[in-house]
Design a binder for this molecule. Sequence first.
Ligand code: AHM
Ligand code: MG
Length: 337
Amino acid sequence: MAQRTLARYLTEAQHDKGCIPANLKFLIEVVSRACQAISIAIGKGGLGGVLGEAGSDNVQGEAQKKLDVLSNEMLIEANEWGGHLAGMASEEMDLPHLVPHRFPKGEYLLTFDPLDGSSNIDVNVSIGTIFSVLKCPEGADLSTPEAAQAAFLHPGTAQVAAGYAVYGPTTLLVLSVGDGVAVFTLDREQGQFVLTQEDVQIPADTKEFAINMSNQRFWEAPVQRYVDEMVAGKTGPLGKDYNMRWVASMVADVHRIMTRGGIFMYPKDLRDPNKPGKLRLMYEANPMSLLVEQAGGKSFDATQRILDIQPTDLHQRCAVMLGSANEVQRVSDRHLT
Ligand code: AHM
Ligand code: MG
């Protein structure tokens, strides 16, 4: 049987199911090609001179790696000319990048974390790209990057597509256009993504958790209690032994959950009252939450569904607890009792 490439999958979604318009199909293909190019750059590692620090800070005050900057540029260059976008926003840019006047403008907005898991780049551990697609509101003020920020501030429920690429032993693209979750594997010889799994389902129960335990003393009481219960294992209140995994690349941790279940948490902590969690809503938590929900899992900040959060800032942070439905519900319940 012929391989179902990403292009074919999207064409079928367009014609048979009517769930994606032509411009959205084009947008996803362009993003996937940028991810292929990023994958090639990452693969060159030290030979390509892409490792190490860029020598600059991003808007969050975090030191940028060369690959953070390079991946950001690759996504912008790939996406700005095709006429499918009105603007882009990224973890690595303070303000949105508007489509230059010389190019046609489209109806979509793209947000991305161009290189997630930056601390893992130089140690050759899985990293990724996360992206989210929104419709640009009619009549939005796109006259300046400052004014354009408002056009992006929609809750995650408004996303029309979301996905991530994970650059691991294989490069995968995990995608939802609101009709389940599909996984594509990069065929490096053919230079294209090929469908390798459809209708991904996250098991409702799990014995695996992912959290940065070194922050334990800063967590709020409900998370402390829940993690204590898991660590207590079979003889504790949950009556089963848990295993812990923490890659420190959200893409890799979420992909493990997509593959075999689990719960991932980056809770709010008391280190800095101005930072409700570490992860960013618009280009980390929202796209991952859409994917997790589309795969039958749950995604809460603590008690609230992440996809329902009304953003007020492009770079706002939120607590994240996502994955196997029963376990996410359990930690959420700990916040109410
Ligand atoms: P980044 O987008 O700058 O790479 O930061 C986000 C990353 C996530 O991928 C990961 O879950 C988390 O930060 C790791 O945090 P920690 O350094 O506390 O382990
Ligand atoms: Mg990130």
